[in-house]
Ligand binder design. Structure first.
Ligand SMILES: *Cc1c(COP(=O)(O)O)cnc(C)c1O
Length: 395
């Protein structure tokens, strides 16, 4: 049996006529920059996420970059974030000339630890307040503890940029006007940054991204930065870039958005099935640790996207050997991410390399992502778990 890590073909097959129609519509319109497809998607994503505005951008990376540029973060500034995420989270901080300040993650969720965030903010205040933004990442499709992070951000007056690239539609409990409600990723910070990279839960047929916000002034700055800071055309009061979302991507994503919650639900069903299959193997707690859905047991969680499983990531012993074994037995798997950001070669000065974030480093050493895409069939899930079981029996 063959179980790829991700297969986009069944999704394409199901939506092929609508996708071809959407692409053809853009081609025939001859309007190839921004326009009604982009505006339409911006409105729909904002509505879906529960924000006032959406800004279509060229990628998730450019959404982060535009957010940092729009806050005028630059040399001398620190941005508080996690060392355990995709490179773009840190790459964009460095590209605006600022420095990342890392704190460790929680072992349960792999997300930034609010306790450590509190410590860093308190220390920074004594240091003159160099932290100009916090970027929590909703890793693998599960929100960071936004309730506590937002409270800390408000206390210290630091804006939050949610890196929601892996978490469109993911929800977590949040406190608003003294009451606790479920809120969607990208609606709790100053802004949320989304990616439509094809492997994300909502993926285009190429690169794309979106920024969500409910701040009217901020959205105007982001819109300006998306188009070289031109206001009006050919008059530049600031230096922006070309961060525009392609209307072909917007048209395709509009087709797919209607199916997103069903895909999330299918991924959650697959995750539940994995949990059941793994429990029957007796490996859990010994060789394998299953991902924790930290909001799943809260009241009402069943009717919310408490985890959208962009990735289903287990922690395992003998990770590299298991990975090779799975590949040899036609099971796709991947390591997200093998090296923490503070250990990346591109970082200067070397002081980062002397830092240590034990929880993040442990995750980098032991994590393995298994196939979780919506269209997997039960025989495939069974085969994945059986193959893992066989590996531990023979090694
Ligand atoms: C995918 C991703 C990004 C970047 O998105 P692109 O659209 O590929 O530029 C940023 N942060 C995280 C956590 C991601 O997973």
């Amino acid at each position: 049996m063959n179980v790829p890590l991700l297969d986009l073909k069944p999704q394409l097959a199901a939506l092929r006529p609508q996708i071809i129609e959407a692409v053809t519509r853009v081609i025939d319109s001859t309007g190839y920059i921004l326009g009604p497809e982009v505006t339409g998607l911006e409105r729909k994503i904002a509505q879906y996420c529960g924000t006032e505005y959406g800004v279509g951008l060229s990628s998730g990376t450019d959404a982060l970059l535009a957010a940092l540029m729009s806050l005028e973060i630059g040399p001398g500034d620190l941005v508080l974030t996690t060392p355990y995420t995709f490179f773009a989270t840190m790459g964009t901080i460095l590209r605006v000339g600022a420095q990342p300040l890392f704190v460790d993650i929680e072992p349960e969720s792999f997300n930034i630890d609010p306790e450590r965030v509190a410590e860093a903010l308190a220390a920074d205040r004594k240091n003159g307040g160099k932290i100009k933004a916090i970027i929590p990442v909703h890793l693998y499709g599960q929100c960071a503890d936004m309730r506590r992070i937002a409270a800390l951000a408000a206390e210290y007056g630091v804006p939050v940029i949610e890196d929601a690239a892996q978490a469109i539609g993911a929800e977590c409990p949040y406190e608003e006007n003294g009451a606790v409600t479920w809120k969607k990723a990208g609606s709790m910070g100053l802004c949320g940054c989304f990616s439509f990279f094809p492997s994300k839960n909502l993926g285009g047929i190429g690169d794309g991204g979106m920024l969500t916000t409910s701040d009217r002034h901020f959205v105007e700055v982001v819109l300006s930065n998306r188009n070289h800071g031109a206001e009006p055309k050919y008059y530049h009061s600031r230096v922006g870039g070309n961060f525009r979302l392609d209307p072909i991507q917007a048209a395709v994503l509009t087709v797919k958005l209607d199916h997103l919650d069903n895909w999330h639900a299918a991924r959650r069903r697959n995750a539940d099935r994995y949990r059941q299959l793994f429990r029957d193997t007796g490996l859990v707690g010994e060789k394998v640790a299953l991902p924790q859905a930290v909001y799943a047991d809260l009241p009402g969680a069943d009717s919310h996207n408490h985890h959208i499983y962009n990735q289903f990531v287990i922690l395992v012993s003998k990770r590299d050997e298991l990975r090779q074994y799975l590949q040899e037995h036609s099971v796709g798997c991947e390591i997200y991410y093998p090296l923490c950001l503070h250990q990346q070669e591109c970082l200067r000065p070397d002081q980062y390399k002397r830092q240590s974030f034990p929880v993040a480093q442990q995750a980098a050493a032991n994590s393995l992502a298994l196939p979780i895409f919506p269209e997997l069939v039960d025989e495939q899930l069974v085969y994945v778990v059986e193959t893992i079981q066989k590996f531990y029996r023979t090694c």
